[in-house]
Design a protein around this ligand. Structure first.
Ligand code: PEP
Length: 251
């Protein structure tokens, strides 16, 4: 299976910067097209920049999929400030990140709510990248596995399969901190997630499990060697084309 190299641009940059970033990513992939034999690429720009980034992707034939960073749990309607799965689809998205820890903590999103969003994404034919991961105190108190199991059980619709869903394991203490989980910890958690997916879902075969949390070009090779690591969800390093591609080169 090809690794999915996914960039979460979060709420960074302005329109011109987003267009130039995807342009640079496109040029770098164009300079070493054989990388596409090992990697699929995805970028998730801020909602307001999706159109211009998608336009650049189409115009320059850049082999990168585009996704949203969140979607509403409802269909279109009177929900001020929300962006629907249907709108993301209409804008050319193939993916949407759901349940990122920043949304779980800063927006109080529950796993049940994320499950509703995932169902909406699935209805529109979007692949949901559903994030799970424990807080630092939960790991220190030995509860990481219980927390992740509960998040998986509650956030992932039972009809999910490899075409509709990607899981991203992102230990919260590793996001944006420069403190990545060790390959041994990642190995154990990804094996556990694989087992839980098999228990919970009728069709979990080949579902990708990404690792996210301070992935950089210099730690990516060790992480990608780990069993059940099917790619990476990348925050900070996805904002620099050379680092984003540096991570892909580690595959
Ligand atoms: C993220 O926000 O999903 C993430 C993994 O961020 P970073 O790579 O910056 O840790």
């Amino acid at each position: 299976m090809k690794k999915l190299i996914a960039g979460n641009w979060k709420m960074n940059g302005l329109e011109a910067g987003a267009v130039s970033l995807i342009g640079e990513i496109g040029s770098k992939i164009g300079a070493e097209p054989e990388i596409l034999e090992r990697c699929d690429f995805l970028v998730c720009p801020p909602a307001l920049h999706i159109h211009v980034v998608k336009h650049k992707i189409d115009h320059d034939h850049i082999p990168v999929a585009i996704g949203g960073q969140d979607c509403a749990s409802t269909e279109n309607g009177a929900f001020t400030g929300n962006v629907s799965a249907e709108m993301l689809k209409d804008a050319g998205c193939a993916y949407v990140i759901l349940g990122h820890s920043e949304r779980r903590s800063l927006h109080n999103e529950s796993s049940a709510y994320i499950n509703e969003k995932a169902a909406r994404a699935h209805m529109q034919g979007l692949t949901a990248v559903i994030c799970v991961g424990e807080q630092e105190d939960e790991r220190e108190s030995g509860n990481a596995y219980d927390v992740v199991a509960k998040q998986l059980w509650e956030s992932v619709p039972k009809v999910s399969n490899a075409a509709t869903t990607v899981i991203a394991y992102e230990p919260v203490w590793a996001i944006g901190t420069g403190k990545s989980a060790t390959p041994d910890d990642v190995k154990a958690m990804h094996a556990f997630i694989r087992e839980k997916l098999q228990e919970n879902l009728a069709e979990s075969a080949n579902m990708r499990i990404l690792y996210g949390g301070s992935v950089k070009p210099d730690n990516a090779a060790d992480l990608f060697k780990v069993d059940n690591v099917d790619g990476a969800l990348i925050g900070g390093a996805s904002l620099k084309a050379d680092q984003f591609l540096g991570i892909a080169q580690a595959v």
